[in-house]
Design a protein around this ligand. Sequence first.
Ligand SMILES: [Zn+2]
Length: 335
Amino acid sequence: MKKLFIRIRSLLKLFLLLSTAILIIISIFAIVFKPIYSVTLNGEHIGYCKDKVKLQNRINDYMENGDESTYNKNLAFISIDNMPSYKMCLLKRGITTNDDEIFKEIVKDGVSYYKYYAIVDDDDEKVYVSTFEKAEKVIKELKNKESNNIKDLSIIEKYETKLKKFTNVDKAVSKLYERKPIVRVASSSSYSSRGSVATGRHMSSSKINLGISLSRPISGRISSRFGAMSRIRSGAHTGLDISAPYGTRIKAAAAGRVVFAGYKGAYGNMIAIDHGKGVMTYYAHCSSLKASVGTYVSQGTVIAAVGSTGNSTGNHLHLEVRVNGVAYNPQNYLY
Ligand SMILES: [Zn+2]
């Protein structure tokens, strides 16, 4: 019995000794031979990298900040479609790593996006400036000078792959300034046949208190949300699209006075209702209009019918909520 015990003990000792030795050998290997990574891009092997974390950080930093060639040029970010994949290989012999070349290979197809601001006059991009502050300054100065087009001017943020030529504040002001017509237009109580509305691209995603509650003009499926980008539009979506069959009756979202009823370019046939305190709702792409400028409508009054007039690819209602000309997200109040 005692013999057996001694035997087991010595076996255990041997086992411990062996495993310690193996552990030490493994650690020495790990210290001497650091793991390296085989790098593939689009399924193609492009080299071996010594430090995967460092390389990936360098790529990420480049995408965020660019390099000397993009410095101070309104770079927003650099988009790289294809990211490398790394595969660890241990103890490969006779391999040379080329992190620098791998980096160059990966970033060479990067696309730079620049961020800047356009001042638009009724959807026409007139001048480009490098910062929002400059754009605001231009608008402010034009306001002070009572430029005739001030209601149609708005600022849009641009993310483009091509950098535009920037205009400085003074030049932008003189380029955009429009003298007020000498002949005074009729008093505000008489509207023209179509009325006038601001349709610039100045928009805000914040949820502000409108002071009134809106009801659904139609029921239907939402086909494009506020802020969405699309190929048929020049910028972000200033309204909410609700698709519905041709001729569906559109009801006023709240009581107010019709201040526009007619055809307005990309909007097609459109109704605009002024609810007071700067709050307006627009109903665009209509097939027919059933309210005229100057009339008061109550909430739920049928004002138009769904269609696809203007810049539209199918029957839908384009609904906008504007406060002092700035477009807000209708879904903060409806649907
Ligand atoms: Zn729309």
